[in-house]
Design a protein around this ligand. Structure first.
Ligand SMILES: [Zn+2]
Length: 371
């Protein structure tokens, strides 16, 4: 047999190749082997008929917390991702330079899901609850963080910092400056969490092209829209300068009204991620397809939503060569979705309920060519 698996009759959505059309996809030896309008069934050991379904690159969730058994936030990636079309997750700063070796050995290595990570600028990392991991600047050690990033390039993507008053106390944007210092030394991006108590323009003014602002539609205080509902000029400017805006839904960081106001003005997030952790996995987040469904309810097309959780996500973590598309010869990380129609109740992070008429549901996840 020429191919191991043939996905036959589906609609392939792959932004990197400009594809949104009926195609068959063949997998061999763990990589994408062919994408053609009609691949004969007898050329594959297993054929899966995916008529009326959507075949996409495996989803890449750039904001999750998967350091289970060590942090209170950590979920088990393999308990959710293989049922959710998600083949790669990035832990957003649970490990620090201190705890990274354990993360590598006990979390990333044994997982079926590909696990990458941002390393937190604080040596504490994100261990538990509402703890101010940067109340003391002495917790940051940019040189050690850079060293750890360089040593573990294969599974690290950048530096994480949380810039709310709850996390930094009276230190303002100093933690972000230290994170940027580490990121510059290791030539990686920063992912910066926003919340309240540190003026957003101060943060946006420091972020560099390619840095990621996560929780872009949060509504806790320092929001991207002002009291009149207008996107602040600093956010537009940062976007023009190349700062990447990411959803990072979370338990407290996605306010429906903020997203609606921003999107009405054409301010769409570049990346869609979940911030999945123990506090939201049983609702309101559940998984990445649910977050994508919410964004579709806010007006995104299916193709745009998929792109923001595949190719755009891969670009944000500088993995677009390997991830986020179905180019021939790349790793066979593939998802198959159905688009359910009906009445679906969705909730944001503040209990606001809205009813959508479509819901994206993963029916098959293939990671490295295996179902
Ligand atoms: Zn998070």
């Amino acid at each position: 047999m020429k191919y191991d698996i043939l996905l036959k009759g589906g609609t392939v959505i792959d932004a990197a190749q400009g594809l949104n059309a009926r195609r068959d996809v063949a997998i061999a030896g763990g990589t994408i082997a062919a994408i053609e309008p009609d691949i004969p069934q007898d050329s594959a050991a297993h054929t899966v008929f995916v008529t009326d379904k959507y075949v996409t690159p495996g989803l890449v969730d750039i904001h999750t917390h998967v350091y289970h058994s060590v942090t209170t936030w950590g979920i088990r990636a393999d308990a959710v991702c293989p049922n959710a079309g998600t083949t790669t997750v990035v832990d957003a700063g649970s490990p620090s330079w201190v705890t990274f070796p354990g993360f590598r050995e006990f979390i990333a290595k044994p997982a079926q899901t590909e696990i990458l990570a941002y390393i937190h600028i604080s040596g504490i990392g994100l261990v538990y609850g509402p703890v101010g991991e940067m109340h003391e600047l002495a917790y940051a050690h940019p040189a050690r963080v850079a060293e750890t990033l360089q040593k573990h390039r294969d599974i690290t993507v950048g530096v994480k910092v949380r810039q709310g008053k709850m996390q930094v106390g009276d230190n303002g944007v100093e933690p972000l400056k230290l994170a940027i210092q580490a990121a510059e030394a290791a030539d990686t991006p920063v992912m910066c969490h926003i919340g309240s108590g540190v003026p957003l323009p101060d943060i946006l003014g420091l972020l560099r092209p390619g840095d990621v602002l996560t929780h872009c539609f949060q509504g806790n205080g320092d929001n991207i829209v002002d009291e009149k509902g207008r996107v602040i000029p600093d956010a537009w400017k940062a976007r023009e300068d190349g700062v990447i805006f990411d959803v990072g839904h979370g338990a407290g960081s996605f306010r429906y009204e903020i997203a609606q106001r921003a999107m009405e003005q054409g301010f769409i997030s570049d990346v869609i991620s979940t911030d999945l952790h123990t506090g939201n996995i049983n609702g309101p987040v559940y998984d990445l397809p649910t977050t994508l469904s919410k964004m579709m309810h806010l007006g995104l097309s299916l193709a745009d939503a998929i792109e923001k959780a595949t190719f755009s996500a891969a670009k944000a973590i500088r993995r677009e060569e390997q991830l986020g598309h179905l180019k021939i010869g790349t790793v066979a990380d593939v998802a198959v979705f159905e688009l359910l129609e009906g009445e679906f109740a969705f909730f944001d992070s503040h209990g606001t309920k809205f009813i959508g008429d479509k819901k994206l549901n993963a029916v098959l996840t293939i990671r490295e060519g295996k179902r």
